[in-house]
Design a binder for this molecule. Sequence first.
Ligand code: ADP
Length: 285
Amino acid sequence: MTETVISLANVFKHYNQVPVVNNLSLSIERGEMFGLLGPNGAGKSTTIRMLTTLTNPSQGEISVANYDVVKQAQQVKRHIGVVLQQISVDADLTVWENMEYHGRLHHIPDADRSKRIDRYLEYVELIDRSTDMVKTLSGGMKRRLQIARALLHEPEILFLDEPTVGLDPQTRRRLWEIIRNLKTQGMTILLTTHYMEEAEFLCDRVGIMDAGQLIETGTPQDLRHKYGLALVITQKSDQKMDYQFFPTLEQATAHLDAQPDKRGMMVRDSHLEDIFVELTGRQLD
Ligand code: ADP
């Protein structure tokens, strides 16, 4: 039995009469890891801000954990954990103090609070840094602290806005393991990312957003099957490459073989990133 725990129905958000989220409808099931992808300015952060009660939709209905984000914002907040892009941990407090402060904000009873702080600092492997000032931590450690803090009140849904942006590949992989582990424990997770390999590695399903609209949703595999499992790439000039999708590698290879002049042409499997570029017309940075 699937159960919808995040739902947006015909949602709009206008800034200065411009719809930055434009008629967005989407449902996410309990236990799902959903990735919202899109170029800069697509409306991903605005969508997360509405889902996490930080800003109200201009129009449409949003429910999270079966509560209305506008009318029942307090209940929504109790059931969600949020990790936003900008590092929001307090640099002049220790790791422990940051957790303690958040625990008090969420009225976690004294008896339980210390145990939970230990548990989640252990979970993100920061327990041995408990007494260190946050400003002495690396970027990856700060991100792990943010995740530990977001888990402290034991939410059922976690929102991660670009969780690994700016981190080196090794640190990123470590965070991926932490995030994937949360999913195996049954957490519902919505994340935004610029990194297509991150979406492919983590997400059950992705949604591609552009100009405030959801232009495609599906599993990364579904999307590859829909657009084509293989590509013929043709170098047109120094700057320009032409990408042509084919249903299978065999068909792509047959197309290449049939060309009288094969210079500057190659065949390979398609990736989610190719579909992203095809749909949004934009290269990722
Ligand atoms: P993304 O996260 O996909 O990069 P955003 O949701 O941050 O996109 O932004 C979508 C659009 O909305 C952008 O054009 C941005 O400039 C605009 N925008 C976001 N927040 C505000 C705001 N508070 N006031 C006016 N415009 C905004």
